[in-house]
Structures are given as structure tokens and as C-alpha cells.
Design a protein around this ligand. Structure first.
Ligand code: PFF
Length: 452
């Protein structure tokens, strides 16, 4: 990589289908965060009040940063490390801005390591919900799964293997082909689950719960959680979207596609709530169950529900598909970097980096059982420590740095070039948000969290 500028390299791959960027970015965005994380956070943080604050975070912080990431990625057509470097050098700044890309690669592997363990549990639950053991409660069932390092390791390994397989097949034959297959499946399964909730659930109560705001439950931590959730859910601050943006054809409109991706992500999160809460209420369970909402409460519902042994597996297949299309976007940025720098072939890079995530994931597997008492960061177990590190530090700092760079250091002319086809006033609104609103909001939340 030369230090001089104008390295607008166009030989990089480009998505073939017109909708592929939207599908791939939505695939990255829609994941465990939407179907598992969003409903349980809404459940514990005051329902509609949380949803409202979450929407604000998506609009004021998520959308502008997503546009910035795509802009930087597409301009350079390189993996995030080199994209940041090229964007900085072309704007007359120091190439050291590539550190932002590095942070992204590292958090991608870290997140993948525990994401895969939870996704592995989802895979396992496809079978558990198809053939539930009537002798034991769903809580005992969950404990049985998580207390066995071998079982968790098995499914974690299968999930990482699937990732390596898809990524090593390449951007077009691997990622593009998979998201074109998986995303429609995901949408159909989600519709089936929502219709099921309308038939078998207390839909009015579910709707009321998700949309009627209960502000008495809102405090500063609600903002923190909503902001963290928005970052995680939109896959921001860690290079995934920047990397997919590098494959986006030049003629596509960054504003419209970002709006579509953020919209799809939000719609799916809300649909997940509408698929889950009505049946939770109809079966007399508590909505604020926390992380066990899906694996414990929902499983017990599927066991009792008519056609539960078909609907249960359908739901967990939905979760697994969503997790897989997100996980590949966690691995792709670092594989793209290794390939670009000729460190290894795509296949070897996918193998080396996938296995690294697999290895770190062993710590997360053990934190459910043998290491459950071991404390790493601030009294948290291994999985929660990595989650905390990535979610509360690496991602927000990454996102804030992207915003600061795009707003203050990236040449506006270059930004305008990437935003061609977008009305000028939208560009100006974006500039205002990315310069002031997004970084300030992230910084406020971040400082508050450090202080508390
Ligand atoms: N957005 C994914 C989810 O909501 O589950 C998780 C994720 C994927 C986070 C990719 C970050 C990322 F880069």
C-alpha cells in the first residue's frame, strides 16, 4: 500500500445483484440482537418507552454513522483498515486513522467468539424444540444444555464451521449467494411466527406492551442500553458495514440504502417482539424475563402449543439463520484484510481467523459451566466480559471515531462525490448530524457509563 493518495481502486469485487447490498447489510444487521436481544431489553426497560428511545438512537446516531461507514468503504473499495487509511490520506490526514479499522477487526473476532456460542445454542434448540423432553421443565432443559461444555462446544464448532465455509467461498459465491437465500427465508419464517402470535397469542396485549410507553421505568441507563442496542443491532462501529460498503456498486444511493437497511432492521426487531410477547402473555408468563425469554419461556410455550413441535423448530431456525447472516459479516472484514494484504489465501484466512474466534469462544462456552465463578472484567464472567468490552467500548468508540473522522476530517468534496444523487439538503442534514449530534450523543453516553 503506497502512502500517496488517490488509490481509488476499482478492481475489487462488487455485488452482482442490485439488492444485494441491502440484503447483505440487512443480513448483518438483523441477528440475535433483534430477535433475542431487542425483545428482552424492551421487556425489562419499560416496553414502548424503550422502543421510542431506541428509534431516536437509530435516527440520530445509527443512520448517520451507517452512511459514513458505507461512504468510506465504497470510496476506497478496500477492507476497513485500508479503507480508513486511504480515506484519511486522500483527505490530507494521517494514515494512522487506520487504527479505527484495526479496532473493528479485533472487535469483529471478539464478538464472533461469543455470538457463535449463543448461535450454537439456537441451532441445538431447533432439535430440542422438535423433540422436547416432557419429563423436564424448560428451565431444567436450558441448564442441561448450558452445563455441558461438550454440547456447547459441539454446536459452537458447527456454527463456526458454517461461517468458514461461506466466507471461504468468496464474496459473490459465498456471501451474496447465502444472503439471497437466507434473507427471504428469514422474512417468511418471521411472518409465520407473527401470524402464529395472532392466532395463539394475546396479540392486543403484546401490541400494547410494545407500543404503550411506560416512562416510569426510564432512567439514564435506558438511554445507555438503547444506544448500545442500536449500535449492535445496526452492526456499526466495527467495520462490517464499511466492508460491505466496499462491495457496493457506485451507482447505488447511500442514503436510500441506509434508510432501507435501518428500516428493515427496526421492523424485524419489532416483528420479533410481536411474535414473542403475545404468546408469552397468553401463556401467563412474565415479559421481563431477561435473556432467558427465548430459551426458557418460549420453549415452555412451544411445548404446550398446538403444532409446537413444528413452530418451535421454525422459530429457532429463524434465529439461527439471522445469526448466521450476521456472523459472516463479523468475519469478512478481517478475511478481506488478510486477502488484500496477501497474508494468506481467502480459504486459509477464513480458516485462521474463524478458528481464532472459535478458540476464544471456548472461554464463553466455559463461562456457562466450569468457569461460571471466574471473574474477568469488573466481576463479570468471560462471555459477559467480552460482550462488555466489545459492546460498551470497542463499538461505541469505533462508531464515534468514524463519525468524528467523517464529520471533521474527511474532505467534504469527496463525501459529496460519494453522495451524488442525493439531494443537497439531505447531505447538509447528514453533515450536521455526523459532525455534532452523533459524536456528542455517543460521547455523552460513553462518559456517563464510565462515570457510573
Ligand atoms: N447486528 C447483529 C445483531 O443484531 O445480532 C450483530 C452484529 C453483527 C454486530 C455484525 C456487529 C457486527 F458487525
Amino acid at each position: 500500500m503506497t502512502e500517496n493518495s488517490s488509490s481509488k481502486i476499482n478492481e475489487t469485487v462488487s455485488w452482482v445483484g442490485r439488492w444485494t447490498f441491502v440484503l447483505a447489510a440487512a443480513g448483518s444487521a438483523v441477528g440475535l440482537g433483534n430477535i433475542w436481544g431487542f425483545p428482552y431489553k424492551a421487556g425489562t426497560e419499560g416496553g414502548g418507552a424503550f422502543v421510542l428511545i431506541y428509534l431516536l438512537c437509530i435516527l440520530a446516531v445509527g443512520l448517520p454513522i451507517m452512511m459514513a461507514e458505507i461512504m468510506i468503504g465504497r470510496r476506497a473499495r478496500k477492507s476497513p483498515v485500508n479503507a480508513m487509511k486511504i480515506a484519511a490520506i486522500d483527505s490530507g490526514q494521517s494514515g494512522k486513522w487506520q487504527a479505527v479499522g484495526w479496532g473493528g477487526l479485533i472487535s469483529g473476532i471478539l464478538i464472533l467468539s461469543f455470538y457463535s456460542v449463543i448461535a450454537g445454542i439456537c441451532l441445538n434448540y431447533i432439535f430440542i424444540s422438535a423433540f422436547p423432553n416432557p419429563e423436564i421443565s424448560s428451565l431444567t432443559q436450558f441448564n442441561e444444555v448450558t452445563s455441558s461444555p461438550l454440547k456447547l462446544m459441539f454446536w459452537h464448532s458447527i456454527f463456526i464451521f458454517l461461517n468458514i465455509l461461506i466466507i471461504s467461498a468468496g464474496v459473490i459465491s459465498g456471501i451474496e449467494r447465502m444472503v439471497r437465500l437466507l434473507m427471504p427465508m428469514l422474512f417468511i419464517l418471521m411472518m409465520v411466527m407473527v401470524i402464529n402470535a395472532m392466532i395463539n397469542g394475546d396479540f392486543a396485549k403484546g401490541l400494547n406492551f410494545l407500543f404503550a410507553p411506560d416512562f416510569s421505568q426510564v432512567d439514564a441507563t435506558t438511554f445507555l442500553r438503547a444506544m448500545g442496542q442500536a449500535f449492535f443491532s445496526l452492526s456499526l462501529g466495527m467495520g462490517s458495514i464499511m466492508c460491505y460498503g466496499a462491495y457496493m456498486p457506485q451507482e447505488e444511493n447511500i442514503f436510500k440504502t441506509s434508510l432501507t437497511v435501518a428500516g428493515l432492521d427496526t421492523v424485524i426487531a419489532i416483528l420479533a417482539g410481536l411474535a414473542i410477547f403475545p404468546i408469552i402473555f397468553a401463556y401467563g408468563l412474565e415479559p421481563g424475563e431477561g435473556p432467558g425469554l427465548v430459551f426458557i419461556s418460549l420453549l415452555s410455550v412451544f411445548v404446550d402449543m398446538p403444532l409446537g413441535n413444528i413452530l418451535g423448530p421454525a422459530f429457532f431456525a429463524l434465529l439461527s439463520i439471522a445469526a448466521l447472516s450476521s456472523a459472516i459479516s463479523l468475519l469478512e472484514p478481517s478475511v478481506a484484510y488478510f486477502e488484500e494484504e496477501k497474508i494468506a489465501s481467502r480459504f486459509s484466512s477464513a480458516l485462521i481467523l474463524g478458528l481464532s474466534a472459535w478458540f476464544i469462544g471456548i472461554g464463553s462456552v466455559l463461562s456457562f459451566n466450569d468457569w461460571s465463578e471466574l471473574e474477568f472484567i469488573g466481576g463479570l464472567n468471560f462471555l459477559d466480559s467480552i460482550d462488555y468490552l466489545a459492546n460498551q467500548f470497542l463499538m461505541p468508540i469505533g462508531g464515534m471515531m468514524v463519525a468524528i473522522f467523517a464529520g471533521w476530517f474527511f474532505k467534504p468534496d469527496l463525501a459529496l462525490e460519494e453522495f451524488s444523487g442525493i439531494q443537497f439538503y439531505i447531505f447538509q442534514v447528514w453533515r450536521f448530524f455526523i459532525k455534532f449530534v452523533s459524536p456528542l450523543l455517543v460521547a455523552t453516553v460513553f462518559i456517563y457509563q464510565l462515570a457510573s
